[in-house]
Design a protein around this ligand. Sequence first.
Ligand SMILES: Nc1ncnc2c1ncn2[C@@H]1O[C@H](COP(=O)(O)OP(=O)(O)OP(=O)(O)O)[C@@H](O)[C@H]1O
Ligand SMILES: Nc1ncnc2c1ncn2[C@@H]1O[C@H](COP(=O)(O)OP(=O)(O)OP(=O)(O)O)[C@@H](O)[C@H]1O
Ligand SMILES: [Mg+2]
Ligand SMILES: [Mg+2]
Lengths: 227, 227
Amino acid sequence: MIRVENLSKIYRPDTLPVRALDGITISIKPGEYVAIMGPSGSGKSTFMNLIGCLDKPTSGSYWLDGEEISQVTADELAFIRNQKIGFVFQNFNLLPRMTALRNVELPMLYAGVNKLKRRELAREALERVGMLDRLDHRPTELSGGQNQRVAIARALVNHPKVLLADEPTGNLDSKTSEEIMNIFTDLHKEDTTIVLVTHEPDIARNSQRIIYFYDGVIEKEELTSSS
Amino acid sequence: MIRVENLSKIYRPDTLPVRALDGITISIKPGEYVAIMGPSGSGKSTFMNLIGCLDKPTSGSYWLDGEEISQVTADELAFIRNQKIGFVFQNFNLLPRMTALRNVELPMLYAGVNKLKRRELAREALERVGMLDRLDHRPTELSGGQNQRVAIARALVNHPKVLLADEPTGNLDSKTSEEIMNIFTDLHKEDTTIVLVTHEPDIARNSQRIIYFYDGVIEKEELTSSS
Ligand SMILES: Nc1ncnc2c1ncn2[C@@H]1O[C@H](COP(=O)(O)OP(=O)(O)OP(=O)(O)O)[C@@H](O)[C@H]1O
Ligand SMILES: Nc1ncnc2c1ncn2[C@@H]1O[C@H](COP(=O)(O)OP(=O)(O)OP(=O)(O)O)[C@@H](O)[C@H]1O
Ligand SMILES: [Mg+2]
Ligand SMILES: [Mg+2]
């Protein structure tokens, strides 16, 4: 489903190059549930942005669902992204002047879903993450963990083939984290391919395989007991 | 050092009131190290914003360092805040168009520290959190955990009497979290009063006392083995 070969990303190539990713080769099968761990600054979010079609690599190849897409145009990238990928950002990236409900409806607007259906599916997604009583609040009127849950609802609402979640439980208490992890497990049972970045070993153990990043390269991998 | 009595905060009082804080009474001694835990949406950040002089309560009293300040003007609040408080925000709140270095220098600019000294102290604070090699990066050019560390450096740089940290390790790997907790422990030994919001029990156990919030009220308190 997701395959990268020798993927690299160098920021500031002309001044003081930062080798955020230095030749990553990974293969993730359809329906697989993978976790990514590693120190702060080791390239995890950079990797997620590349496979999430939000940015292009400096070099290397990327196949998504069988299609090589490292050199497509920005428009094509946006189209593929909206079709196949649900993304939970590390800093949520919600639109600050829209309510929680509107923020969750947004991916469906791009996908051409009609207004009544958008509203219904958005409410359903918000209910799933326990946020139905706050759907008319804007991001500044929500707590950190509430914003995180709205971002998760937005990522799920289009029933994507691939769910990419960059530290989705960083602002959640243990009970709420567990509820989110149960949602991910349900999605996994429904054959969603999941890539989850986390700093917490207990969260990572929900996956089938953990990949460890270090300084822009893959340091090691391990299978979990759920594989 | 910090005392609140019957402190309340009601958002949207005229439409659909949200009782974010519902009569909080807490007393924190000078030099005490307290942790706050509780479910997402239970009022922790709201409480921190009130004691951090970033917002005013709907009702109730607040004494900071012996002075009752629940009714002072916005200017007086800003002055007190800059004088006495270092604040690590849950969402960092760094200025996006300034470099890490400039962001950390900012509190000292308000405190009237000269340019050379600002630069020196900012570099020192960034070194303390392991961010010296990224001081010319702007927030969008930094990882989540790097941004969090810059926010921590900014909170420490003025050597505040009171350090308020709202989930300061949410984006950090375990090794970096430990380094940050060691910094807090050192500050505590230097008599800084510390209030730390966290979702992680291991992080909370660095404090002397843990206060549990639930639905805008205090549910219970417990002393830790470090008290
Ligand atoms: N400006 C606002 N307008 C309306 N409601 C608000 C506003 N700010 C916060 N709230 C509500 O107040 C409640 C408490 O929010 P707060 O940010 O204090 O929670 P928290 O304990 O810090 O949660 P988390 O652990 O998720 O960060 C939440 O239910 C939130 O929706
Ligand atoms: N736009 C940019 N320009 C320059 N350097 C960048 C840029 N974006 C990221 N970096 C650098 O690339 C490296 C990798 O960043 P990345 O965000 O992928 O780390 P991460 O593993 O997600 O870290 P964290 O766990 O702290 O979120 C970091 O050292 C960061 O400073
Ligand atoms: Mg990251
Ligand atoms: Mg909060």
